[in-house]
Design a protein around this ligand. Structure first.
Ligand code: GTP
Length: 382
């Protein structure tokens, strides 16, 4: 772990700066099966799918590091074996990383309890917790400062959404104290707030230790409502900066494009922000057009006349001549034939799509699938 000696110029060491001290430890929840993202998650756990050229988790780790975190414990379960070979001890990111794997998935709360023994913080110190699939510009130090100044047991990042029907709602009182955790609203009257749980928390360490051990626990459905019922102090901090839950293919592709464009913040994008990011070793035909935050992975090939907008083409994939790919993801080593049209589609790793096919509006092609060339193709003016 890197040492950060206190200095006279460090405001966090002064009495007036006592609320600005960073939390130095975090737990990252990265063990989910990522079912909504299939087939992308068949071979790769969600946090390891590349977004803007690096595994998505890299962006979260880099942002945590920038906020003063030094020690991160990864709570792994599904495809647990792939994390450590990539991130190792974390020193490349200036972090000390540890990995704990559940033998059976323990849910979000059970996973936290299962790794709590690896924390070094004192019982009254703050520990950050992040869902491993959230892309956000959250002011992490502000969430920690809110936690310290309010004296809360748990502080939650809340974000405002236009359509709260797909989310559990988290109303707060005028001081920001959470008053309830409400299930997804079924009727307009049940929409009492537009604030939703954004998947980043600060826990006072002793609260993590008190989660029941050895059985599945949902932090959202059991721990938080239970704490509230016991009279614990749960504080909400509304921060309406960039926020996206990358749980679905469309959101994942959007998030990657926003990282490339620079709309979404991350210190870990491997290149200049702009319309396109082409990784070393990719080959793009001179007259191919890449725009809207498109990312082309290492070793991928883009053929002449292809148009690719707002899309992610993973390593080793091939998009042949005159194909049109919009808001789509082409998996590792997949092959998209000439003149194909993809719009909001996902092509799984290693799939081969023959010439002239169209996949639109959320269509998904499974990993390794073989789709023959379309027999008949109508040109738009026919
Ligand atoms: P879906 O299956 O598509 O809902 O995705 P998911 O499995 O990732 O579930 P969800 O989005 O609700 O999970 C929120 C966060 O918690 C993600 O970062 C998951 O990786 C993580 N998570 C969910 N369940 C578990 C678990 O049992 N163990 C661990 N360690 N992490 C989990």
């Amino acid at each position: 772990m890197r040492a950060h000696p206190a200095s006279a110029a460090d405001p966090s060491q002064e009495p007036s700066g006592r609320y600005r001290r960073p939390a130095t430890e975090a737990i990252l929840l990265v063990g989910g099966k990522g079912t909504r993202l299939r087939p992308l998650t068949v071979h790769t756990p969600k946090p390891m799918i590349p977004a803007a050229g690096v595994p998505f988790l890299t962006h979260q780790l880099a942002r945590a590091r920038a906020a003063g975190v030094e020690h991160v414990v990864m709570a792994t379960s599904y495809l647990a074996e792939v994390f450590e070979p990539h991130f190792g001890d974390g020193s490349a990111l200036g972090l000390h990383l540890e990995y704990v794997t559940e033998t059976e998935p323990l849910g979000t709360g059970g996973a936290l309890r299962n790794v709590a023994h690896r924390l070094r913080s004192a019982p009254d110190e703050p520990v950050l917790v992040f869902n491993g699939d959230i892309l956000t510009g959250l002011d992490i130090p502000a969430l920690v400062a809110t936690h310290r100044s309010s004296g809360a047991d748990v502080s939650l990042h809340l974000t405002r959404v236009e359509d709260p029907r797909a989310f559990g709602l988290v109303p707060t009182d005028p001081d920001g104290r959470v008053t309830a955790f409400l299930e997804k609203p079924q009727t307009p009257e049940q929409i009492v707030t537009d604030q939703v749980n954004a998947g980043a928390y600060v826990f006072t360490r002793s609260v993590l230790d008190a989660i029941p051990a050895g059985r599945p626990v949902s932090v959202e459905r059991e721990t938080f409502p239970g704490l509230l019922a016991e009279g614990a102090h749960l504080q909400g901090m509304v921060d309406s900066t960039y926020w996206l839950d990358l749980g679905t293919p469309q959101a994942f592709v959007r998030g990657s494009a926003d990282l490339v464009l620079g709309t979404a913040p991350s210190p870990a994008v491997p290149g200049r922000r702009g319309e396109r990011l082409v990784l070393a070793g990719a080959r793009v035909a001179e007259d191919a057009k890449l725009s809207g935050g498109t990312c082309v992975g290492a070793g991928a090939v883009i053929g002449p006349g292809a148009r690719i907008e707002g899309s992610t083409i993973l390593a080793g994939a091939v998009v042949e001549a005159d194909a049109v790919v919009r808001d789509s993801l082409v998996g590792q080593g997949a092959h998209v034939g000439p003149r194909c049209v993809l719009q909001g589609a996902v092509i799984g790793d290693g799939a081969v799509v023959g010439a002239d096919n169209e996949f639109l509006h959320g269509a998904r092609v499974w990993c390794e699938a073989r789709i023959p060339a379309a027999a008949v193709r109508f040109s738009p003016d026919e």
